[in-house]
Design a binder for this molecule. Structure first.
Ligand code: UDP
Length: 334
């Protein structure tokens, strides 16, 4: 396939581009580099099936030649970044998604949206299944990201229903690994960099809020499985009809066009992740406490029953192993 990856020089986009090239596909990587970095794709530049275009996906999109898939990963994704770029975040979720969907429609290409667990806001249900509608404050500072992604999901479903575009939506839970910026602001990168530099680990609030952390290799494997689901005729026939999955709480009927949670269900408090990173780095840094950002979700844990049944997907990399690999990356990067 010839695939456009918007946000291709970002943390996830760069891993995705690498995996797609390894699987024999061609990748056009588009990024305006506001949070993406050329160094994330340095190892791909010069590859015969890879090209990079510095461009804002909110502007009119024109790609020469055939295109089989559009993967829309462009967006600031760290709370620190979307607070710094609130309007760019809203625009890429709204205008950028519109342009990317329009391109997919014009080319007859499949479209995959990178959505987020933030669509669940500060959830009142845990773990969060895809059927949960969420608890989002639209006017809080982090509402810019939550609402942009909720709009992006709505637009994607409208293009699927109205224009019959073959769409997929992945709701990505907290993910970490190499290619995160040292000053990205997210909790795992912050704690590792602070631990390696002998600086205090900055816990927000009392550290009792929970997150569930997925290693990037597991995540991008799941994303490509969702993208390619249905590309083979036999699978198409099997997956075209509605799935019926019975869970303990009752029946959950869905198709491959409905959102799919991807993440690691192992849930830790922020304080637990801080202590684990101190242990794994052997750092003697201590912990300092800072005010909790507005509307910081108190719990977050994916229900991955849908991914299990649709994709036969499970995260495979143990948290400790994943953290060790990420620590090695940051030792060299800082
Ligand atoms: N957090 C923290 N210290 C930091 C950065 C984040 O305690 O230096 C907390 C943050 O308040 C949140 C959790 O860690 O409760 C995860 O934050 P992150 O920015 O990684 O992403 P989020 O899950 O909030 O989107």
């Amino acid at each position: 396939m010839r695939i456009l990856v918007t946000g291709g020089a970002g943390f996830l986009g760069s891993h995705l581009s690498t995996l797609l090239l390894q699987s024999g596909h061609s990748v056009i990587c588009m990024d305006n580099l506001i949070t993406g970095r050329v160094e994330n794709i340095a190892h791909l530049l010069g590859h015969e099936r890879f090209s990079f275009v510095k461009y804002n996906v909110c502007d009119y999109l024109h790609i020469e030649g055939p295109l089989e898939a559009v993967m829309h990963f462009a967006s600031p994704a760290s709370p620190q970044d979307y607070l710094e770029f609130p309007i760019a975040t809203l625009k890429v979720g709204a205008l950028g998604t519109h342009k990317a969907l329009g391109l997919a429609k014009a080319k007859g290409a499949r479209f995959l949206l990178a959505s987020t667990s933030e669509v669940y806001g500060d959830p009142l249900v845990s773990p969060q299944p895809e059927s949960y509608w969420g608890n989002v404050n639209p006017i809080s500072p982090r509402g810019v990201y939550d609402e942009a992604k909720r709009f992006a999901e709505a637009l994607t479903m409208a293009y699927h229903r109205y224009h019959a575009v073959d769409t997929r939506i992945v709701r990505i839970f907290n993910t970490f690994g190499p290619h995160m910026r040292p000053n990205d602001g997210r909790v795992v990168s912050n704690f590792i960099v602070q631990a390696l530099q002998g600086k205090p680990l900055s816990v927000f609030g009392d550290g009792s809020q929970t997150r569930s952390f997925c290693y990037v290799d597991d995540l991008v494997r799941g994303i490509t499985e969702l993208l390619f689901l249905g590309s083979d005729k036999t699978v198409e026939q099997r997956t075209d009809r509605k799935f019926l999955v019975t869970r303990n709480e009752g029946a959950d009927e869905f198709s491959m066009h409905d959102p799919v949670n991807l993440g690691n269900p192992r849930e830790l408090t922020v304080l637990e992740i801080a202590k684990l990173i101190l242990e794994l780095t052997g750092s003697s840094s201590h912990i300092t406490y800072h005010p909790l950002p507005a509307d910081d979700p108190k719990v977050r844990r994916p229900d991955i029953s849908r991914a299990r049944s649709l994709l036969k997907w499970e995260p495979l990399v143990e948290l400790e192993d994943a953290l060790r690999r990420t620590v090695e990356y940051f030792r060299k990067a800082i």
